[in-house]
Design a protein around this ligand. Structure first.
Ligand SMILES: [Zn+2]
Ligand SMILES: [Zn+2]
Length: 233
């Protein structure tokens, strides 16, 4: 009876020992699993920290980007305004160019008119110079024609040139010309006639106008009172 009980107890003890061994095994396994999990947790925590830092930096850069975008938008706005200004300036420039061109044309026109006026004034000045060199010779002192040097006689009478004022024979002064100093065409000597003719041809607006070169039978009409008084012997 006792042996049987002892056997039973031994059996139970054996079972209990086995169970304990199993429990130990399980406990070791669990410990290992816990260690594994803890390792994983710490790895995940590291990852999470990195992730957080990354997100933080992303947020920071996002803020910076937004600021940059804001600045760029402002720049774009400024550039648009500048573009408008440029367009306005371009139009103004076009207007100015047009005005400049018009003024240049007007200036060229004025220049042409001015040149014409200067030429006219030059002609007038030359004519005046011709008149100013005029010295009325006393016919009593003149015995010979200034041009052909023939002596004056009763038939070869003395005539004053109305341009130079010198004394010539009829043959050397048979020209009629309009002079600025006279209202009607007057007698001029051959040298004056050639000179005035040359000036007439050179000037676009002649001051002296030719009428006739020959004076047939007009001798008396050309003579001034001083001419008639001086007939050489
Ligand atoms: Zn003469
Ligand atoms: Zn003359």
């Amino acid at each position: 009876m006792l042996d049987e009980t002892i056997n039973k107890l031994e059996e139970k003890l054996k079972v209990g020992g086995n169970e304990l061994k199993g429990a130990h095994e399980t406990m070791r396994n669990l410990g290992k699993q816990i260690a594994d999990k803890e390792l994983k947790v710490s790895t995940l925590e590291g990852d999470l920290r990195i992730e957080r830092e990354w997100r933080q930096s992303l947020q920071e850069s996002d803020v910076k980007d937004k600021e940059e975008i804001c600045k760029l938008n402002m720049e774009i706005q400024k550039l648009r305004l500048l573009k408008n200004d440029l367009e306005t300036a371009r139009l103004e420039n076009q207007d100015l160019h047009r005005i400049c061109r018009e003024q240049e044309e007007a200036l060229a026109e004025m220049g042409a008119k001015y040149r014409e006026k200067v030429l006219r004034e030059d002609g007038l000045r030359e004519a005046n110079a011709t008149v100013s060199s005029y010295v009325w010779k006393d016919s009593r002192e003149c015995t010979h024609c200034k041009e052909c040097t023939l002596e004056f006689t009763l038939t070869r009478r003395k005539h004053h040139c109305r341009n130079c004022g010198d004394v010539f024979c009829q043959r050397c002064s048979d020209n009629l010309m309009e002079l600025p100093s006279h209202a009607k065409p007057v007698r001029v000597c051959d040298p004056c006639f050639s000179a005035l003719l040359q000036r007439c041809n050179n000037t676009t607006t002649p001051q002296a106008t030719l009428t006739t070169s020959d004076l047939p039978g007009s001798q008396s009409s050309l003579q001034t009172p001083t001419d008639t008084t001086s007939i050489s012997s």
